[in-house]
Ligand binder design. Structure first.
Ligand code: GYE
Length: 307
């Protein structure tokens, strides 16, 4: 007899879909909120979640994906730590007929049959929003305006795209100059450390800090204060994510603006898993909608923030 003829119908109907999720790490407040969103949405949707944390290392993510393939999960989802180098493992998933969903960050591949859909933000647009805010803020200032940049993880989609979008806007006016640019790996500790080095090298020449996420900006704020300068006054600070920590910094008058990037992808991901199980087609790109919050609105907006 087949297995299904031996099991009562209810037992079969109750079989939960299994999702294997390979997370980047726990590098930022954004990531913590993203993990929480995925875990709670899975529980709510009745999806069995196998979760792994790659500690920002691609090799760990590849191992996790391979173990999900070996365990024959129904769907694999992951947020690729870097953009390139995924084809081999994605081909393995394809050969095992396990659909893959990309969340938050994208991969760089010529073969888009290797994943079902990519859900997440438009990082280039986030960089542009940061750039447009600065152009508007510095209207009428003849410059030069010296900018230091704290980049996200080297080779990651948000670091590449945010830099690109920001540069695209500021290059229209030669008064804007990026005088230093280095990675802070999306963490507070590295953001602080690299900002200290920037301050040592450039000191009072620095007019603006563009940080690819709030955590690095918050680390840099500490470095600026320790150097005896006033964050958001002596140095204009722009960052991305709009997590609660950024709102607190804005309300304390230490951060000028944060561009929103929503980590709350859990419900969308679980809906995609259900659609895949039901054989429904999904759009190749599912885009997150988001805004921008300058310090002037931080106090009024804070109670509405969910991450
Ligand atoms: O901005 C940063 C996190 O991939 C959008 O990763 C995400 C980024 C986010 O560590 O804080």
């Amino acid at each position: 007899a087949t297995l299904s003829s031996l099991l009562p119908a209810t037992a079969l109907a109750q079989k939960k879909p299994v999702l294997g999720f390979a997370q980047v790490g726990a590098e930022s407040e954004w990531r913590t909120a993203n993990t929480e969103s995925i875990k709670s949405a899975a529980a709510e949707a009745g999806i069995e979640l196998k979760f792994s944390d790659a500690q920002q290392k691609q090799e760990n993510q590849i191992k996790a994906i391979r173990s999900y393939i070996a365990q024959k999960v129904d769907v694999i989802a992951f947020s690729p730590v870097v953009e390139s180098g995924w084809d081999t493992v994605l081909l393995e998933a394809k050969a095992a007929k396990i659909p893959v969903v990309l969340t938050d960050r994208s991969v760089n591949t010529k073969d888009d049959s290797l994943y079902v859909t990519f859900m997440g933000s438009d990082f280039v647009e986030e960089g542009r929003k940061a750039g447009r805010w600065l152009v508007e803020k510095e209207k009428g200032n003849p410059g030069p305006i010296n900018i230091v940049e704290l980049q996200g993880t080297v080779g990651s989609a948000p670091a590449i795209d945010r830099k690109k979008g920001f540069e695209e806007i500021i290059k229209a006016d030669p008064k804007f100059k990026i005088i230093r640019s280095q990675t802070g790996d999306f963490t507070r500790a590295k953001g602080k450390e690299v900002m200290e080095a920037f301050l040592k090298a450039e000191g009072k020449k620095i007019n603006v800090l563009f940080a690819h996420n709030d955590d690095m900006a918050i680390g840099a704020i500490q470095a600026i204060e320790e150097a005896g300068m006033k964050p958001a006054q002596d140095i204009i600070i722009i960052s991305i994510d709009a997590v609660k920590g950024a709102f607190e910094a804005m309300m304390a008058g230490k951060l000028n603006v944060s561009v929103e990037c929503s980590p709350l992808l859990g419900p969308q991901l679980m809906a995609a898993v259900a659609d895949i199980k039901a054989g429904k087609p999904l759009p190749k790109r599912i885009l997150t909608k988001e805004g921008i919050f300058p310090m002037e609105v931080a106090k009024a907006e804070f109670p509405n923030r969910k991450y």
